[in-house]
Design a protein around this ligand. Structure first.
Ligand SMILES: NC(=O)c1ccc[n+]([C@@H]2O[C@H](COP(=O)([O-])OP(=O)(O)OC[C@H]3O[C@@H](n4cnc5c(N)ncnc54)[C@H](O)[C@@H]3O)[C@@H](O)[C@H]2O)c1
Ligand SMILES: O=P(O)(O)OC[C@H](O)CO
Length: 342
């Protein structure tokens, strides 16, 4: 069994706090890095993250600080829960304090703008001596902190990393499965955010459950098709990090991406929807990045294209829906074949 002496989490938002709390509840000391020392003091004093998880009491073993060096230096295992557009920046700040062989696990579900890098790729680029992994699955922060039965996937080429994460996170209410398809697990968590926006939008417009089932199923086909073209294993998409996360994010009003879509359906502008949320909804940027990559790679992604038109070009939903429902049917084949070429 892996014995870890020092474990750290970077990012004191909803999910970083949840990960730190899971580790602490398993009896380990854990340091949580937040950029704001006042908020860290508040968390240490009240054992609650008032901004992101109000009303949930946290383990006293979670110790928050804004001193990045003291958190990452000599930590054997570091979880990174920083939104994708700030992720590289934070890793660059931490880099001077990091040694060869430390393990880094991203929980972030987004893509870096311009480079199309996933967070595991950023970690490998910035920290070439590190062991890298990702954690992804149907894991709504508020349900995990409320101890609802939950499962997730840790993916890495490193067996040591996979077993360390399983040891430190696994509990009576949190089950951790392992995978070696890092890219597929990470891409699943990232792509589903797009379709959650569409699901929230369709719910706000009063569309029915047949529609939601069609949307989710065709979303799975579309995201699998894209992922396979990018080199992921299609089997990953029928697991927790694929269809599992797609289901929870497309069905739950706790999902921030779903809520952005819902607000758009209620007639709010994108800016108003994001502002009202006050937390990260990675899917908004992901729509743009995936649309661009799909046209470059010539991957057929009608849902992404249609949603892009609604969200960024103010296309009327009714017209986009008509286009999606009436397009050339002879190209429609339902199943994702092993090579993903549907
Ligand atoms: N909340 C969930 O249910 C959940 C579950 C699984 C994965 N995730 C993923 O985890 C990532 C983080 O999400 P979250 O829910 O914790 O977001 P959040 O909006 O709740 O919190 C984001 C945190 O990042 C911090 N942050 C932002 N920019 C920073 C910077 N430049 N330097 C330091 N800190 C910075 C903020 O201060 C905040 O503490 C996202 O990619 C999300 O998709 C979230
Ligand atoms: O709140 P969201 O939409 O960022 O989704 C949270 C998690 O990714 C669900 O697994």
């Amino acid at each position: 069994m892996t014995v870890l002496k020092k474990v750290a989490v970077l990012g004191g938002g909803s999910f970083g706090t949840v990960i730190a709390n899971l580790i602490a509840e398993n009896g380990y000391d854990v340091q949580l890095w937040m950029r704001d020392q006042q908020r860290a003091d508040q968390l240490n004093y009240e054992h609650e993250n008032k901004r992101y998880l109000p009303g949930y009491s946290l383990s006293e073993k979670v110790v928050a600080t804004s001193d990045l060096q003291s958190v990452v230096q000599d930590a054997e295992l570091v979880f990174v829960s920083i939104p994708s557009q700030s992720f590289r920046d934070v890793i660059k700040q931490a880099k001077p304090f990091i040694n060869e062989g430390q393990m880094f696990v991203s929980t972030t579900k987004g893509i870096e703008a311009k480079t199309f890098s996933l967070m595991s790729e950023i970690l490998s680029e910035e920290l070439p001596g590190a062991q890298v992994g990702v954690l992804s699955g149907p894991n709504l922060a508020k349900e995990v902190v409320a101890k609802q039965l939950t499962a997730t996937v840790v993916a890495s080429e490193s067996q040591l990393l996979r077993s360390s994460v399983q040891t430190i996170l696994h509990s009576s209410y949190f089950r951790v499965y392992a995978s070696s398809d890092t890219y597929g697990v990470e891409l699943g968590g990232t792509l589903k955010n797009i379709y959650a926006i569409a699901a929230g939008l369709s719910a706000a417009l009063g569309m029915g459950e047949n529609t939601r089932a069609m949307l989710m199923t065709r979303s799975l086909a579309e995201m699998s098709r894209f992922a396979v073209c990018m080199g992921a294993n299609p089997m990953t998409f029928i697991g927790l990090a694929g269809v599992g996360d797609l289901i929870v994010t497309c069905m739950s009003p706790l999902s921030r991406n779903y809520r952005v879509g819902h607000a758009l359906g209620e007639g709010k502008t994108l800016e108003e929807a994001v502002e009202a949320l006050g937390q990260v909804a990675e899917g908004v940027n992901t729509i743009k990045q995936v649309k661009e990559k799909a046209s470059e790679m010539q991957v057929y992604m009608p849902l992404v294209t249609g949603l892009y038109e609604v969200v960024f070009n103010h296309a009327p939903v009714a017209e986009v829906v008509k286009m999606l429902m009436m397009n050339e049917q002879s190209t429609d084949v339902e199943f994702v074949l092993p090579r993903g070429d549907i």
